[in-house]
Design a protein around this ligand. Structure first.
Ligand code: VGL
Ligand code: ZN
Length: 194
């Protein structure tokens, strides 16, 4: 079933498409860079509100192993690894939201500790399309928080990839999202309303 994107009330949230989450990066998601061409098409679908979140950590962030966290250092603010993937169509991104920017706060969700909910509400957004990295962490947390903010949520299934620390994590994440009335749809179903 085609889904018509209405630029008045729909927004695109591109989650953490950063070098460190792509092959060769510090916390590479397998095939993470495969989402880039799919997301570029979504960015150009219509003249809509497009938001990119980015993991933007201090060098001593609490999620890093040196501080007792579970992750290798990644996405340290201002470093090459924290930059968006070079092939991402950045001119089409209207707003960048940085998250987990202080040492003591972890934030998988783009809504956590940011003004993303207020921004979407101010623009009259009622539905968000979520894509990016990683399915089982930041994409899931962002999609679930969007539901908590009373938004309709569509996750673009061919525009997400997962870390899969444990086999089955991505399937579990997708089940959890579906249980919260999040819709999964392939990018090919999206068409633009003009
Ligand atoms: C993420 C692990 C640590 C993500 C961020 O973007 O999914 N995962 N920090
Ligand atoms: Zn992180």
């Amino acid at each position: 079933m085609p889904i018509q994107v209405d630029p008045q009330t729909d927004a695109l949230i591109v989650v953490d498409v950063q070098r460190d989450f792509c092959p060769g990066g510090a916390l590479a998601v397998p095939h993470g860079d495969d989402v880039v061409p799919v997301i570029n098409r979504l960015l150009g679908l219509t003249d809509w509100l497009t938001v990119a979140t980015r993991d933007w950590h201090p060098a001593d962030h609490c999620s890093f192993t040196a501080q007792g966290g579970i992750w290798p250092p990644h996405c340290v603010a201002g470093t090459e690894g924290a930059a968006f993937h070079p092939a991402l169509d950045q001119p089409r991104i209207r707003t960048v939201v940085s998250k987990a920017v202080t040492r003591d706060a972890e934030a998988y969700s783009g809504f956590q500790g940011t003004d993303l909910a207020a921004l979407l509400a101010a623009r009259g957004v009622r539905r968000v399309f979520v894509c990016g990295l990683a399915t089982d962490y930041c994409v899931k947390a962002t999609a679930l928080d969007a539901r908590r903010a009373s938004l309709d949520v569509v996750v673009i299934e061919d525009a997400v990839r997962g870390v899969e620390v444990k086999p089955g994590d991505c399937v579990k994440a997708i089940d959890e999202m579906r249980a919260s009335a999040i819709v999964l749809a392939p990018s090919g179903e999206l068409t633009a309303l003009r």
